[in-house]
Design a protein around this ligand. Sequence first.
Ligand code: ASP
Length: 582
Amino acid sequence: MYRSHTCGELRTENIGEEVVLSGWVQKLRDKGFMMWVDLRDRYGITQLIFDEERTSKELMEQASQLGREYVIQVKGKVIERESKNPQLPTGDIEILVSEYHLLNASLTPPFTIENDTDGGEELRMKYRYLDIRRNPVKDSLMFRHKVGMQVRNYLSNQGFIEIETPYLIKSTPEGARDFVVPSRMNEGQFYALPQSPQTFKQLLMVGGMDKYFQIVKCFRDEDLRADRQPEFTQIDCEMAFVQQEDILNTFEGLTKHLLKEISGFEIDSFPRMTYAEAMRKYGNDKPDIRFGMEFAELNDLAKGKGFPIFDDQELVVGIAVPGAGAYTRKEIDNLVAWVKRPQIGANGLIWVKYNEDGSLKSSVDKFYSQEDLLGWAELSGAKAGDLILVMSGETNKVRTQLSALRMHLATALGLRDPNVFAPLWVLDFPLLEWDEETNRYHAMHHPFTSPKPEDIKLLETNPGAVRANAYDLVLNGNEIGGGSIRIHDKATQAKMFDYLGFTPEEAKEQFGFLMNAFEFGAPPHGGVAFGFDRLVAILDGKETIRDYIAFPKNNNGRDIMIDAPAKLDEAQLKELHLEVKL
Ligand code: ASP
């Protein structure tokens, strides 16, 4: 028996008991005649005491050889501590050690195994197994497990069944590049790893499994923007015989359940907004609605007053920043510089201070009267003491720029409280999205998404205006889920591939299996997938998903612990019928 108790378990009630503990040496304090060791495992820390008088000198000597992170087993008696430690759940007791076994020695760890470690990110990733011994990482992984269990229980109780789908498949259309795997047995052919189980879950609906879910790995070979991972986890779901409303209700139910059980946060029902409204009000399809600062479109009030910068632009749009009327000139200059950085790329920023005395002072006083500015204040909802910031430009661009500024200011003003949760459904996404690079339309969600029946006629005349039965769940400014009602008949699906520029041969080659299945009684169906890593992080009030992944990759897609990706040796390449040309 390696242990009778864990290192987080013993309390005053156990005083007098003989126990056996195993764990890692967290800390040593050696006074010569007496020595204390903090013994750690996943469950906590228990203090051990080695005492020359009460045990043997030999034992003391042995124990003094211990080092940090040595793995030991001890036998001893639970005694009351002389100086108690109220910070520690086991802080009232200690173990008077009578026997001790070294189970394994350890090199000195390259960083301290403490909550606040001295190890930098790179180093901790290289020795991730040591990092996992630290409370913050360990707790995050346990938190993730807890969320996963809640998801599984909730969906199972709703009649969903978890079904695994294969990883060695062929290209799936989620808009990223595929990771590919060469086939040894099929010369010159490759599998692709799933960007999502999309086609398989649709086939499960054809198979009659009308409520499917899976907590599943997805693989997308994308340039890794901050806080993305090439392999990540989704809560993937699909339902048959449902309309959009059924799906929204089901997954609103799941999210509410998680918010309540995990984060203790209750909310009645989630607000909804169309994509068009989100873009108009927040310049963003995943608005953070924990705070206001809604966009005010000022074209009617600001154009035609002789201010050439506004007159020539498509959109003049502003926000009221609460309580920022007292910003100094320097603070405002900093904001102007911030939006002019190439990452944001704005031409400039106009400001209006709404003074406490009700007067208005702006950087464009030459062109606008107090009355004009008061109109801006009214439209943007500014009150005395606020600051109005206005930008102008091409509609999509200026919305994106002002959205970035809105988030920047909200962070600076502390309006993005991680303990507040603001979920939101964004509905009616466009079906198609113009791609500048390829000069053609792409499916905004994926090619299996159904257009709104009333918009189908627009496909010929104004494809960009066709709305889809597609929806996203947004939480605190993050897209945590997205899905759609699917096309379920072959003719419409074929037409969609055609619009997206697939020749009939290409469509057949890539998705023939799905089109065929649609000829065998495919039920109406739809679904959604949630980004599990991000959902977990947000529920825990954090922003980085890396902390919730046991073995994450770095920004270059490398696992620096195992040093992957790596080269293959000649024999392996030959077996796979591959030749590497660099
Ligand atoms: N497969 C989609 C995705 O990964 C989700 C869905 O449409 O259900 O975004």
